[in-house]
Ligand binder design. Structure first.
Ligand SMILES: Nc1ncnc2c1ncn2[C@@H]1O[C@H](COP(=O)(O)OP(=O)(O)OP(=O)(O)O)[C@@H](O)[C@H]1O
Ligand SMILES: [Mg+2]
Length: 503
């Protein structure tokens, strides 16, 4: 790619980017939220038209005017925001648009079966995962869907494979498997571009790293000459202060008291307290019940039995209206499905929950705008202003808006699921500081995260869930990541048989 430029209205998203990718090479692409990574990759995949510059593949100039043209040129992309058809199964998604034969003719069942077999083979042999291939993907977990997305790109047998933040939704084991797959693809001569905010992980996978800042290339170096600090300072144009702000002590009076909460099939007999100003983490693997627990407390999946008290008073959470009335707030991990209102502006997306809580009917545009402007600057959200369409923001910046929306409601209980997924290093610290500020104001915070380092750095205490139960609660300051990891994969009895593992 030579001299690539791209403009969105007044935003110059890409300003003369040169990018070279060799066969058998894994190129890391990093930069802050809004730096232009996804835009550059969409141009290479034919999904966005460029305003200037040239692209050539294997020495020949190409136009790449559509995703089909990109695919024909041997380029496959795994998008940052998943792009599967929710009502189709894995096989249909992987082969969408190029089924062996149309489904409505006589031979169709056989071919559909072949498709499923091929899909299963791809997922099992090449990615080492057991994903159901015959259920609508909307019924599958986020990480399963991500694996299908990856299988889809691999099935195209492309020479150039772009992965835009592919590991964000994956568990540790799946992440390792994907990395092994990348190494295989590399050994077979494919060129791979790997976009990620997990810089440590990226340095272990890539041969070369290119850093974008505000639509320009600020570094393009072999990994041999790089470490995390060098990459971060190139990204942000300076050095980063401490990632986690110092912990502010929580008060001793409990604000949230959960007793014997059960939702058959999801979690059982859950009891814990969260004090005012306390940040309480929940670790555990996918399926451990941690996300069901948050959804139950927010009234999305009503619990079967147990009690919830707020400030000593028992509350009944039957639906989200009850939860919002109690000033509970919930930031889900999957903002694309559960979070944003894509047809609206940044300002509107910021204020929606607020309006619900205060029961205001009329919008006060001036006030709304003032608040929006304040949060946009506090979180360093890169956007054209409150009027900008939410979908025009980069992935990480959308996440920041979602968080700000709930902070604005001054919640009593703030529940965050993967609060920094897709958020860049600097913005992560900004998010942590905001969560702490909310806690300092007396809010109780529940954080579910797959990132154990994040839980230990941010929270006061961390509970670990395993198969629907809380198996241990640790003091974050005195605990190690390995402890959380161990309790996440084994029931405590096994741990004590092994001689016991504490803090
Ligand atoms: N469809 C669009 N309409 C308007 N502006 C856009 C659009 N897509 C991207 N932009 C703008 O272009 C810039 C680059 O965005 P891009 O999505 O490429 O960032 P990114 O580096 O992928 O960030 P992230 O790490 O958050 O995913 C941002 O300022 C963004 O707001
Ligand atoms: Mg992006």
């Amino acid at each position: 790619m030579k001299g690539i430029t791209k403009r969105f209205g007044n935003t110059l998203a890409l300003d003369g980017i040169n990018l070279v990718l060799n066969g058998g090479e894994v190129l890391g692409l990093v930069g802050e939220n809004g730096a232009g990574k996804s835009t550059l990759m969409k141009i290479l995949a034919g999904a966005y038209a460029r305003d200037g510059g040239k692209i050539s593949v294997s020495g020949g100039a190409v136009e790449l005017g559509s995703p089909k043209a990109g695919a024909d040129a041997g380029i496959a992309i795994i998008y940052q925001e998943l792009s599967l058809f929710p009502d189709f199964d894995a096989a249909e998604n992987i082969f969408a648009g190029r089924e062996p034969l149309r489904r409505d003719i006589a031979l169709a069942p056989l071919n559909h079966r072949q498709m499923r077999e091929e899909a299963r083979r791809l997922l099992q042999n090449e990615l080492g995962v057991d994903v159901p291939v015959d259920r609508p993907v909307r019924e599958l977990s986020l990480s399963n869907r991500q694996m299908i997305e990856i299988a889809k790109a691999l099935s195209r047998n492309a020479d150039i494979i772009i992965m835009d933040e592919p590991t964000e939704a994956l568990e540790e084991a799946e992440r390792k498997q994907l990395i092994a797959t990348i190494k295989q693809l590399q050994a077979s001569g494919k060129g791979i571009i790997y976009v990620s905010h997990r810089i440590q992980e990226l340095l272990g996978i890539c041969s070369r790293v290119m850093v974008l800042r505000d639509g320009r290339t600020v570094a393009d170096m072999s990994v041999a000459d790089l470490d995390v600090d060098k990459v971060v300072s190139a990204m942000i144009g300076g050095s980063l202060s401490k990632q986690f702000p110092p912990r502010v002590p929580a008060r001793s009076d409990p604000s949230l008291e959960v007793r014997g909460l059960s939702l058959p099939g999801s979690f059982e007999d859950i009891s814990f307290d969260v004090a005012k100003g306390e940040i309480f983490g929940i670790a555990g693997l996918e399926g451990s019940g941690k996300s069901a627990l948050l959804r139950a407390l927010f009234g999305q999946r009503p619990y079967g039995s147990g009690t919830v008290k707020v400030d000593g008073r028992e509350v009944l959470i039957r639906d989200t209206t009850d939860a919002i009335r109690e000033r509970f707030a919930f930031l889900p991990a999957e903002r694309k499905v559960e979070g944003i209102f894509p047809q609206h502006s940044v300002g509107w997306n910021l204020s929606i929950a607020n309006l619900g809580v205060l029961g205001r009917i009329t919008l006060r545009p001036a006030k709304e705008k003032e608040v929006a402007v304040r949060y946009i600057s506090a979180l360093g959200v890169k956007c054209g202003g409150p009027q900008a369409a939410i979908t025009s923001l980069s992935g990480g910046n959308q996440q920041k808006i979602m968080l700000a929306r709930w902070l604005l409601t001054k919640p009593k209980l703030l529940m965050l699921e993967e609060p920094t997924r897709g958020v860049d290093v600097r913005a992560k610290s900004e998010v942590y500081a905001l969560v702490q500020a909310a806690a300092k104001d007396g809010c109780s915070v529940l954080v579910v995260s797959a990132d154990n380092a994040e839980l230990l750095g941010l929270c006061h205490r961390v509970a670990v869930m395993f198969e629907g139960r809380i198996t241990t609660v640790v003091e974050a300051a005195a605990s190690k990541e390995e402890t959380l990891a161990l309790h996440s994969v084994r029931p405590p009895e096994t741990l004590s048989e092994m001689g016991g593992i504490n803090g």
